[in-house]
Design a protein around this ligand. Structure first.
Ligand code: SF4
Length: 376
């Protein structure tokens, strides 16, 4: 397969997310030096959606756009942003061997003292372990390796060119041994063929044995070209799987599938991964990095509020309730006024002055503050 590198300059490289990505990766910023991915996994959600812009989705794995000024843009933009967790770099392709932009970007993150989050399918990230260790010493680093399963037969069908699972696990171990927080993203878990206890348990045991502290589970999405290709791969494995997935995603003939599995399925899967993960000593959420400072208490309370949204999702609670906690998490996370100070000054009435914080949530926050010894 021909691989074409298309070099260009960007005006801006940092995406500033409106809200922190809790309770999953906890990132505020993201910056990536390449567009497209040589691994070309059939189920890659980047094939669908807005990632490729106006590009033909079928060029996703053959044409790699290279942001040649990624390093200088990152330095210029981060210099004007308050430090917070940034997802940075792309190691999963030959472009990084040649252009080394991810390494350059890590250098900037280190110099400016930002905490870093990395999510990868490639062991090449260990090439830059020296920088990761340094950033971890100055601020914080969390690394997540993506793997959908540890089944070679499924890998061959759905991600034949992605780096080998064993190599990913070895890289995970190397990073853990360097004292860096490591976890795994079981994403996407393939319905009907990768979501049974045996597949899940094998994957969880392997990641635990290689130093992971937590696991994040995610179902398979279906959109546009990604959906067509994923379904074609399923057909190659077993034509009955195609029929099963059409039903699972309520994929009408000539129509569109649902984007993701049902809430009930997602909740069952989340609970199962939690239960099996606990047997291996794995958390099912990534602990949040919180920088010291007067607003650290807000971040801790926001973490609890975000975690509560996940609990409610697992309980299949009413949407309205989930949204109430999510909005409260955003409010507290982004408030420039310390919730500990508000509580100390006026009790729960002080907390209720914040937008979207009603009686129930104020009482929960007050309880956490008392647990932290932050009750004035
Ligand atoms: S390695 Fe990751 S980014 Fe690349 S195609 Fe596979 S899932 Fe997508």
């Amino acid at each position: 397969m021909e691989l074409e590198f298309q070099e260009y300059r960007v005006r801006k490289i940092v995406n500033v997310h409106r809200h922190v990505d809790g309770p999953r990766f906890w990132t505020k910023y993201s910056a990536h030096p390449y567009v497209g991915c040589r691994s070309g996994c059939e189920f890659c959600y980047l094939r669908g959606g807005r990632y490729l812009g106006k590009r033909d989705p079928n060029t996703f794995d053959t044409q790699i756009q290279v942001k040649t000024n990624a390093v200088e843009s990152l330095g210029r933009e981060l210099a004007h942003l308050p430090p917070d967790v940034i997802t940075c770099g792309d190691w999963q392709q030959p472009a990084e061997d040649r252009f080394r932009l991810s390494r350059g970007m890590l250098g900037v993150v280190r110099e400016l003292g930002f905490p870093l989050f990395v999510i990868e399918r490639s062991p090449l990230v260990t090439r830059d372990l020296d920088l990761l260790v340094d950033i971890n010493r100055r601020a914080w680093v969390g690394v997540v390796f993506s793997l959908s399963h540890v089944d070679p037969a499924l890998k061959q069908i759905f991600e034949p060119r992605s780096p080998g699972t064993k190599r990913r696990l070895q890289a995970m171990e190397q990073i853990a041994q360097a004292g860096i927080l490591v976890g795994a993203a079981l994403m996407p878990i393939l319905p009907g063929i990768g979501d049974d206890d045996q597949h899940l348990d094998e994957a969880l045991r392997a990641i635990h044995e290689h130093g992971a502290k937590f696991v994040l589970a995610g179902g398979l999405t279906m959109a546009g070209v990604q959906a067509e290709r994923t379904l074609a791969a399923a057909r190659r494995l077993d034509p009955r799987l195609e029929t099963g997935w059409r039903e699972f995603y309520q994929w009408a003939e000539n129509g569109k599938p649902n984007y993701g599995p049902s809430r009930a399925y997602a909740a069952r899967l989340g609970l199962r991964v939690r239960e099996l993960g606990a047997r291996h000593g794995l958390l099912d959420r990534m602990p949040r990095y919180i920088a010291p400072g007067p607003l650290a208490v807000n971040k801790r309370v926001a973490e609890q509020l975000f975690l509560k949204t996940y609990e409610l999702e697992l309980d299949q609670a009413h949407d309205q309730r989930i949204w109430a906690f999510r909005k409260a998490a955003w409010t507290v996370d982004e408030s420039q006024d310390s919730v500990a100070r508000l509580y100390a000054a006026r009790g729960e009435a002080g907390l209720r002055e914040l937008p979207g914080i009603g009686m129930t949530i104020a009482a929960e926050i007050a309880r956490w503050l008392r647990d932290y010894g932050e009750n004035g």
